[in-house]
Design a binder for this molecule. Structure first.
Ligand code: ADP
Ligand code: MG
Length: 265
């Protein structure tokens, strides 16, 4: 099983959209895919038609069981899309940092839980909350690859500096490093502000930045109302086609990383 995390310390940059779009594409290609909602707001959970106020079992149960020293089986929920499952958020996740944040081993709860699901899924995509805390630390410790969506506007680049700083910290603490791909999102090529932000992004972060962009596409909002990934609902919309290119890039990059690991071993 390959695990990808989608994270940025800023909200509204297209994280949840990236998770549903990429997961939908992978499921359509015949992979067994799990999405995990780590955001206490539960946008992804609501997207899938479940209520983060009441859905059971949820991600919070997993943390609570770990806090009591137990582990227990991890159960997931099916979605409308064949081959695509969800481990939903609970609004109770908002209390985690206060309750369990300092307890030993709390950074590895998701990594351990996913290990027990490794023979059920080919891919797991983790949707992060927009703040650094025990949940994001869990996601960064569990994943093989990180996707950082960045809105193509000047202020978002400021936010990215914070995120990259966090990543450098995490990279040092992981023996295997952490590969990441910056994905320019909500790109409107008609505005100068967007093209300028894109140029600056590429100048500053070089080959960490994916060559393509995710365009502004109003279909994303409609798709979220209907609870289906846009890539499943309207595969030929501009947004879907952009995510298909991004997926090709991520898969190629993984293949290259794997070849490098094999070459060193
Ligand atoms: P995040 O998870 O980072 O907070 P979301 O993926 O929930 O961001 O996106 C925030 C809002 O912007 C949602 O209403 C979503 O439908 C919309 N959105 C995301 N990406 C795009 C896009 N490329 N074009 C148009 N709207 C988008
Ligand atoms: Mg979100």
């Amino acid at each position: 099983m390959r695990i990808w995390t989608v994270a940025n310390q800023k909200g509204g940059v297209g994280k949840t959209t990236a998770v549903t779009s990429l997961a939908g594409l992978l499921a359509q290609r015949g992979s067994a895919v799990l999405m995990v909602d780590l955001d206490p707001h539960g946008s992804l959970t609501s997207y899938c038609g479940l209520d983060p106020e009441s859905v059971e079992p949820n991600l919070y149960d997993l943390f609570r069981a770990q806090g009591r020293g137990g582990s227990g089986a991890v159960s997931t929920h099916p979605t409308e899309v064949e081959g695509l499952d969800l481990l939903p958020a609970s609004t109770a996740l908002a209390t985690l940092d206060r309750q369990l944040g300092n307890r030993k081993g709390m950074g590895l709860v998701i990594r351990r839980a996913l290990a027990s699901l490794a023979d059920r899924y080919d891919y797991t995509l983790l949707d992060c909350p927009p703040m650094l805390g025990v949940l994001m630390v869990n996601a960064l410790a569990a994943c093989h690859h990180l996707v950082v969506p960045v809105q193509t506007e000047f202020l978002a680049l400021k936010g990215l500096e914070r995120m990259v700083h966090t990543l450098e910290m995490i990279e040092r603490s992981r023996s295997d490093g952490l590969a990441y791909t910056i994905v320019p999102t909500l790109f409107d090529r008609r505005t100068r502000a967007a093209t300028r932000a894109l140029e600056e992004l590429r100048q500053r972060y070089g080959e960490r930045v994916w060559q393509g962009t995710i365009p502004v596409d109003t279909h994303f909002r409609e798709a979220s109302r209907q609870g289906l990934p846009l890539t499943v609902q309207q595969p030929w919309s501009r947004g879907s086609m952009a995510f298909r290119k991004l997926l090709e890039h991520l898969l190629a990059q993984e293949a290259a990383d794997a070849a490098e690991v094999a070459g060193h071993g």
